[in-house]
Design a protein around this ligand. Structure first.
Ligand code: DGL
Length: 279
């Protein structure tokens, strides 16, 4: 049986992780789910995010995924532990805010963590700050609107820049010299954030480290012979699914990662399960 790697997020943010993963493990077949019917997840209650995450995981496992990458800080914060409990035999790779490398890098002793409210107010964030950032000042900034901005493809231009400045300026003014991108959507804003923040400020993006971890686990599965080598089903090595508009998602794939689908449409049924939409 082909060993697919399932990767998911509320929308396009996880594509930043997908892109890195595919660069590191080009032979790995992937399934990507974007729950664009419910994006943004950030302001939603953790129980709701958990329900969505479990249903998406179930769908990915049904499709043949043997490793699940939770390519979202918000979902990892709300659902990673419950997912591991609900599916004890499934390896999960999640993301925590990259506070540790940021705390090691700062010279001013101030770091900024840019994220959704779900991530910043969750227990995972509290834990990483307690473990890794006792000696530094951590400025937490809920960057409301940025996820929607990336979903809308507003990565450059005056309007995009104004929205970035709105959240970034206060963080920079408070003396932060290292900024943690603690939402996968923000990776696509990195060039603009870097320009607005100016020289002397560095960004930490955990997407490459998460992808590296996922690639290691996938390789180990293959080597242990638990999984047969992949041989591409669905007519290709990669498949993308959205609960939103497939045509729009196709455009986003092109804009953000220079890829063509195939994109399939999923729908939420009345029991809260994910199904392939027909027609
Ligand atoms: N990209 C996600 C994250 O890393 C989810 C953002 C959202 O839907 O609010 O947090």
């Amino acid at each position: 049986m082909t060993s697919w790697v399932g990767i998911f997020d509320s929308g396009v943010g996880g594509l930043a992780v997908w892109q890195e993963f595919v660069r590191l493990a080009p032979e790995a077949p992937t399934l990507y789910v974007a729950d664009q019917a419910h994006v943004p997840y950030g302001p939603r209650p953790p129980e709701e995010i958990r329900r969505f995450a479990e249903a998406i995981t179930r769908f990915l496992l049904d499709q043949g995924a043997r490793l699940i990458v939770v390519a979202s800080h918000t979902i990892s914060a709300a659902a990673l532990w419950p997912l591991r409990e609900a599916f004890p035999r499934v390896p999960f790779v999640g993301i925590e805010p990259a506070v540790k490398p940021a705390a090691a890098q700062t010279r001013t002793g101030v770091i900024g963590v840019l994220a959704t409210s779900g991530t910043l107010n969750g227990p995972l964030m509290a834990r990483v700050v307690e473990r890794f950032a006792q000696q530094v000042q951590v400025i937490r900034r809920v960057c409301s609107g940025w996820v929607e901005q990336v979903e809308a493809g507003l990565l450059e231009g005056e309007e995009a820049e104004a929205q970035i400045r709105h959240h970034l300026d206060p963080v920079v003014r408070s003396g932060a010299d290292v900024l943690v991108l603690a939402c996968t959507h923000y990776t696509f804003l990195a060039p603009l954030i870097r320009r607005v923040a100016g020289p002397g400020i560095s960004l930490v993006d955990p997407a490459p480290a998460v992808a590296r971890r996922a690639a290691e686990i996938w390789r180990a599965q293959i080597q242990e012979g638990k999984e047969a080598a992949p041989k591409g089903a669905r007519g290709g090595l990669h498949a993308f699914f959205t609960t939103g508009d497939p045509q729009r998602f196709q455009e986003q794939l092109r804009q953000l990662i220079g890829r063509d689908g195939p994109v399939e449409r999923l729908r939420w049924d009345t029991e809260g399960a994910l199904r392939e939409a027909t027609g």
